[in-house]
Every structure is written in C-alpha cells, then in structure tokens.
Design a protein around this ligand. Sequence first.
Ligand SMILES: [Zn+2]
Length: 261
Amino acid sequence: MKKIFIILGMCASLLPLFSHAQTVSTTSPLSATSTVQHIAHIPILIYHSVRPYYPGITNLVKEFTVPPDIFDDQMKYLRDNGFTVVTFDDISTYFQNGTPLPEKPVMITLDDGWENQYVYAYPILKKYKYIGIFYVYPNAIGAKHFLKWSELKEMIAGNMVIADHTQTHPELPKITDSALLKKEISGSKAILEKELGISVKDFAYPFGAYNDQSIQTVIESGYRTARTVHTGVKADSSAPYTIDGIIITGDFNRFVSLVNK
Ligand SMILES: [Zn+2]
C-alpha cells in the first residue's frame, strides 16, 4: 500500500527547527547532481487571497486572506529586520553546490492564482522590490476572480515567477490513473510554458497533499522542486520534492513569530 501524506493545519511544533544552515555528508537520494546534503533554514511563506476583509467573511476564508495593509506591514517587517527574499533559483544553486544563501533568507509564495494577488499583492511586492512566486493552475486562469493570462505576463515582465499548481487543483493522492496524474502535473506545465513563453520549474501540491506516485510524476515531469504545506522552516537538498511552506494569515504577531522560528 502506498503511503499517503495529507498535511493540514498548523503543526509547527512537530517539526525539527534548524536555526542555522547545515551541511551533512550523506548521500542525497533525489538530487543526482550532489552527494552532499544541504539543509537551509528558510521560512517559505504561503499566501492565498490578498484583499480587504469584507462584511460576512467566514472564519475559514479569513484564515486564507491577508488584507493589503497587513501584507504591506509584513513585507516592511522583512525589510526592516534584515531578511532577504530569495527564489528557487537561489535554493537550487544552494542545493547543487552549497553556495551560501544570504542572511535570514525568506521566500514569498502565493497560491491558486487569485486576481486579488495581482490587484493588491503585486504592487506591494514591486514597492519593496521583492520577488513573489505565483503557483497557478491553468483551468482557473481567466475565470472570474482569477488571474488573466495578460496579468500573468505583466507580472513576469515585472520580475515575478510563475510556478505550477496542477491543471485543475485536485487532491493528487486520490488520482490513481497515471495518465490523468501526468496530465495534471506535466500537462499543466506544458500549457503554462506555451501560453507564457517561460520555463516552469517549480511545483506545489494542491492542499499540500501528495503520495509516492505524485512525487514520482513530479520528478518525471522535469520539475526541480515541489512545495508542500508542512509548516516547517527548512529546505533540504535530499528532499527537494517535499519542501516546507507556512500558510500566512492576517495575524501580524503570528507572522513575526513564524518568520523568526
Ligand atoms: Zn492551492
């Protein structure tokens, strides 16, 4: 029976904390180019909607919404407290040859392709000259409340990174048909690359849910990383297809505590 991992909720205390980057001399099973394991301490922030709260907003929606003024405060906090925003290019170089990451690295990712990310988050990211990594899924692009292709192109021109989040945002462990799984993971990459004229290298599992089969399909599709929602703060070169990420809410104090874990 295949192992199934579905990670939900905030279980930070269950995960080991790494206060400094570590280099461990062991074999790296998933990284063909390196035999040295590199583990970086890096909070990878996950945003969903960035928009004002509205009357009648449910607690569930609120958990996945950060108002623009708080998003701005969070970015300002990073700038004022010595954090450096990096990308998967930096992580990838670090994984391959141990090239040190800057002091206090942090990554900003935004999931699901909500149009409010273009309207509210993108201008703030530009203001701080930060790069955001936008995980989008082609089926939603152009639909009501979701990003348009033209907006994605504009954000690419503005130095943002577009990454893949499957074609239809399913729970991947529920898909047993390998052709369908390939369509979700590899097909979506082909669509994004064709429509946007870019190379798509990084992937995120919808709902943070994956199993051995989905990891294998991600590898076979040519991705270099895959992000989960493990709520840890480490990136480990021996596990580039289960990279931690932390869902960020509008609670500023929680944000401060998470980025300083
Ligand atoms: Zn998602």
